[in-house]
Design a protein. Structure first.
Length: 305
């Protein structure tokens, strides 16, 4: 499940919004409140909120106490709306926002500039949009980017010590323990160290890929892994002559019930085929039938021996 919004610093305080919340709490406790300048405008916002019900807030009776929406939750929403009415500032465009997928989950998010990011299994990234800054930090996992073009406003993706800079394009970034794989499908990207001159960077053309070291240094230019990227976007995993050890590692990325190889020599077996991502049971049984391998499970994992 995607979890958003995770602030990395305390937001600026809004005196009007703070006073609004304090008044609502006093009112809830039956205490008198004194009128202040600007309360008419805030009151209009509160009245508008009063016309909404639980469904408008994405809630239902099962998720609230005794079928009632939390008043403090509505107060917080009212304070936020009041802050917009009084200040007219969209604070979330100025603060980092984190998105995360669980093991086996895949999710597409839309960004404020019209760009879209599809997060693969067990992926976490942080976005920041502020003025002429469009930046995403890939902290773990893999993501496919479809970046909306904006004149003079680059779009940066940071992974380990590397930076991928684009203005409008479609590309995939896969962060692994010892490197980051970048594959360009459309448009153009410049890839290199996050800190350093352009002489250490390379420019990719569509259909090209490159691996970045943890410090962001690009290796040789390779053929982009377009078929593998298409597979994971459709919930598939394909193997052509892959070792069983590598295939097991890839399957385990998508499942809460991992595969284990009890006999090390089995890791050298070759695997071919197309499997549903996360279906380790079908994969284990197929390997067992094709290679005469013993397959057993304890309900929490699958063991090949």
């Amino acid at each position: 499940m995607v979890r958003a919004v995770i602030p990395f610093s305390r937001p600026p305080r809004d005196d009007e919004a703070d006073a609004f919340v304090a008044d609502r709490l006093r009112e809830e406790q039956g205490q008198p409140i004194s009128p202040r300048a600007g309360q008419d405008q805030v009151g209009e916002v509160w009245d508008a909120l009063g016309q909404l019900d639980a469904a408008d807030f994405g809630l239902d009776d099962r998720k609230t106490n005794s079928g009632l929406v939390s008043r403090r939750g509505l107060i917080a929403g009212g304070a936020l709306a009041a802050g917009f009415a009084v200040g007219g500032v969209l604070l979330w465009n100025q603060r980092p926002v984190a998105y995360e997928t669980a093991v086996g989950e895949r999710r597409t998010i839309a960004l404020p500039d019209g760009s879209r990011i599809t997060l693969n299994t067990a992926t976490r990234l942080v976005t920041r949009f502020e003025g002429d800054r469009r930046e995403v930090v890939l902290e773990a996992g893999e993501a496919l980017f479809a970046v909306a073009h904006r004149d003079g406003v680059p779009f940066d993706v940071l992974s380990q010590g590397g930076r991928i800079r684009v203005t409008g394009t479609r590309f995939n970034v896969y962060r692994q323990a010892g490197f980051t794989q970048v594959d360009l499908l459309e448009g153009g990207v410049t890839v290199g160290p996050a800190e350093g001159g352009s002489e250490a960077s390379v420019r990719l053309a569509p259909g090209q890929g490159v691996r970045l070291s943890p410090s962001g240094r690009p290796g040789p230019i390779l053929v982009a892994q377009a078929a593998r990227i298409d597979d994971w976007n459709h919930g598939r995993i394909s193997f052509v002559g892959a070792s069983l050890a590598d295939a097991v590692a890839e399957m385990n990325r998508y499942s809460q019930k991992p595969l284990r190889i009890a006999t090390p020599s089995l890791g050298r077996l070759q695997v071919d085929g197309v499997f549903e991502a996360g279906d380790t049971a079908a994969f284990a049984r197929a390997v067992g039938r094709l290679h005469n391998v013993s397959v057993r499970t304890d309900g929490r994992s699958w063991t090949l021996s």
